[in-house]
Structures are given as structure tokens and as C-alpha cells.
Design a protein around this ligand. Structure first.
Ligand code: PRP
Length: 212
């Protein structure tokens, strides 16, 4: 049995067409079902539904053989047992620095003021600022980062921006791009060795589905 870990978050809508294109169909509507294990049209293949940030953990620890996870999640995950054979080109957005319109980011940098940065992307954020030689105070959050500058808790945030509507609705403006985000297929390295005859064709099907 091959297990694929998916999450019902941001990228779910774009994931199903790729699975279908690869010939994988759920036996029930995953949007409606509350089941965490979903059977498919193939008796050798099942899907599990986990939190987005848990997808790499399930794949690394063998709870799933494959998974679909955003680059944002993978960059935060410190595991070593993951093979990333394919960028699926879905869930595309940008990781951005944003702040209130009144905050003078360039001036703070110029004056070497220690920025207070609220984010759930701690690793990516630390890496970005350390590469630029900018020292920061990192405030770790788990969501709704937009609130931090509004209540005066941080100077800036590092968050994902897709349509820009969330920033706009909270009177924040994008300042600088930290990086481009998309979702990747990830594979447990040991599973790939043991079940190569099942997993390799699956990777190929995903690759064909993406390049269509
Ligand atoms: C992301 C991100 C923003 C929002 C941006 O949240 O954290 O809040 O999407 O999208 P927009 O630019 O189209 O408005 P997500 O929905 O992934 O949930 P999260 O709060 O759990 O991160």
C-alpha cells in the first residue's frame, strides 16, 4: 500500500486536479468527508489528510510514502529523510516582508535599528536577514501575523502573500520579497528504495500531469 499525505489548507484545491490528472481519484469527496484516511480508485493507494506543517513529518517518519507540501513548510522543516523530486507548480505565492504604511523600513535598516519581526516562518526569516547582515528580534507566531504590527507588537511581518487582499484588508503594505513559494512532491527515501516499482511510476505520472 502506498500512502500520500495531503493537507486541506491553501493548496488543496489545486492538488486534486493534479491527482486526477495522474489517474488518482478519491472514493469520496475529500472536501465533505471528515475521514483522515481516504481510499482511492487504486487498491494500492490511499490518501491521508494531515496539517500542512505535518506533511514532511509524516513522510519522513514513514506515516506516508509521499506528500505534497509548500516550500514555506519544507524550509521550516529540519528533517533529512526527504527526497524532493518534483516542483508541482501549484500553491504559488510569495513570501513577503510587510508593514504598516507609516513604518519606514529603509530608514530603520539605514539606522541599524533592531527590527521586531513577527512570523511563523522563523527559519526562512532568520536566514533572509542574516544573509543581509540585518539583526532582528524574531517574534514567533502560528497565524494571523497581520495583527502584530496593528497592535504595535512588531515592526514588520514575514508572511505569504497571494492576492494581497489580506494585507490590504489590514492596512499593511508589501515591502520586499523574501522568496517565491510553490508546492513540491516529497518522498520518503527508504520507501522509494523499497517500493521503487510502485513509487517511481507514480512520480512519473505526477511529472506528466504537471507538464501538461
Ligand atoms: C495565508 C497567509 C495570509 C494569506 C494571504 O494564510 O498567511 O494570511 O494566506 O493570502 P492573500 O494574499 O490572497 O490574501 P493561509 O490562508 O495559508 O492560512 P494561515 O493563516 O494558516 O497561514
Amino acid at each position: 500500500m502506498i500512502t500520500i499525505a495531503l493537507s486541506k489548507g491553501r493548496i488543496f484545491e489545486e492538488t486534486m486536479p493534479i491527482l486526477n490528472e495522474a489517474g488518482i481519484f478519491c472514493n469520496e469527496d475529500p472536501e465533505k468527508s471528515r475521514k483522515l484516511v481516504l481510499t482511492t480508485n487504486s487498491k494500492d493507494l490511499q490518501l491521508i489528510i494531515v496539517r500542512a506543517s505535518d506533511v514532511p513529518t509524516y513522510v519522513e517518519w514513514g506515516g506516508a510514502d509521499l506528500g505534497i507540501a509548500g516550500k514555506d513548510v519544507l524550509d521550516e522543516y529540519q528533517g533529512i529523510g526527504l527526497y524532493q523530486p518534483l516542483d508541482l507548480g501549484i500553491g504559488k505565492c510569495k513570501m513577503m516582508i510587510a508593514a504598516e504604511k507609516t513604518f519606514d523600513y529603509q530608514r530603520s535598516i539605514k539606522n541599524k535599528l533592531k527590527l521586531r519581526v513577527a512570523t511563523k516562518y522563523a527559519s526562512a526569516t532568520r536566514k533572509y536577514f542574516s544573509q543581509k547582515g540585518i539583526s532582528i528580534n524574531l517574534i514567533k507566531l502560528y497565524g494571523s501575523m497581520e495583527l502584530a504590527p496593528i497592535v504595535g507588537m512588531s515592526d514588520i511581518i514575514v508572511d505569504l502573500v497571494s492576492s494581497g487582499k489580506t494585507l490590504q484588508a489590514n492596512n499593511l503594505v508589501p515591502i520586499e520579497e523574501v522568496g517565491e513559494i510553490s508546492s513540491k512532491l516529497i518522498v520518503n527515501k527508504a520507501s522509494l528504495k523499497i517500493n521503487r516499482e510502485l513509487i517511481q511510476p507514480l512520480i512519473q505520472k505526477f511529472s506528466d500531469a504537471v507538464s501538461k
